[in-house]
Design a protein around this ligand. Structure first.
Ligand SMILES: Nc1ncnc2c1ncn2[C@@H]1O[C@H](COP(=O)(O)OP(=O)(O)O)[C@@H](O)[C@H]1O
Ligand SMILES: [Mg+2]
Length: 226
């Protein structure tokens, strides 16, 4: 099967004063469609830098990146925006929900911004909140939900427009191990039920069991793959 994301010898340098720091040192990975792929590594190993590159939020210094068979490396900012809006979803460590809106309204609003019609918005928002196990709590506001439930609302919002890939940068970092594991298992079930591809970073080794594919990063290099 053709990977949905492929990187070829990707490097990323940052300028720090007069010094150039090579943060990613030639990364080549394949993300197969319909998998939960985990990028693991200690803090500072380069996980966020890498997920930002494959999520088209940043550009590599050298190397090439392909998404769904197309090279995205030289893409204009407008094309990258469009690619993200249509084909990608994002989940971050801090959930960033709108606090005056219910769970349902948060997801519905995202679909409105994405240009969906009212009927589709209602159906899809309800469907996604059910998928993440919040069918009965969708009219609660974020502060009435636990941290794990809030993260599930953020996941419902990220998948609502049916992206091909969801990128999640340390989505479990602010949750205890139990809730974190529930979030990872939820991603796995979305891979199975919705045919989604999920790329997630973590520094927590207890999250590995559920993953289909794990790349380990150390100091900007892939040191293990399984
Ligand atoms: N914009 C930047 N400018 C300079 N250094 C950066 C920048 N972003 C990240 N770094 C450095 O790159 C390394 C990897 O960072 P990061 O990708 O955030 O790691 P991780 O997500 O695994 O904790 C760190 O040493 C960090 O300080
Ligand atoms: Mg990080």
């Amino acid at each position: 099967m053709e990977p949905i994301i492929r990187t070829e010898n990707v490097t990323r340098d940052f300028q720090s004063g007069r010094q150039t720091i090579r943060v990613l040192k030639g990364i080549s990975i394949n993300v197969e469609p319909r998998t939960l792929t985990v990028l693991r590594g200690r803090s500072g190993s380069g996980k966020t830098t890498l997920i930002n590159l494959i999520g088209a939020l940043d550009k590599p210094t050298n190397g090439r990146i392909f998404f769904d068979g197309k090279e995205i490396t030289g893409m204009t900012a407008a094309k990258a925006d469009e690619l993200r809006r249509v084909n990608m979803g994002f989940v971050f460590q801090s959930v960033a929900l709108i606090y005056i809106m219910s769970a349902y309204e948060n997801v519905e609003f995202a679909l409105r911004v994405a240009g969906f019609d009212p009927k589709t918005r209602k159906r899809r928002a309800e469907e996604c909140l059910s998928l993440v196990g919040l069918g009965k709590r969708m009219h609660h506001r974020p502060h009435e939900l636990s941290g794990g439930e809030q993260q599930r609302v953020a996941i419902a919002r990220a998948i609502a427009h049916k992206p091909k890939v969801v990128f999640a940068d340390e989505p479990t970092a602010e949750l205890d191990t139990m809730m974190g594991l529930q979030v990872v298992k939820l991603f796995k079930s979305l891979v199975e039920k919705e045919g989604l591809t999920v790329v997630m970073t973590t520094h927590d080794p207890s999250m590995m069991e559920v993953a289909d594919h794990v790349y380990t990063l150390e100091d900007g290099e892939i040191v293990d793959e399984r």
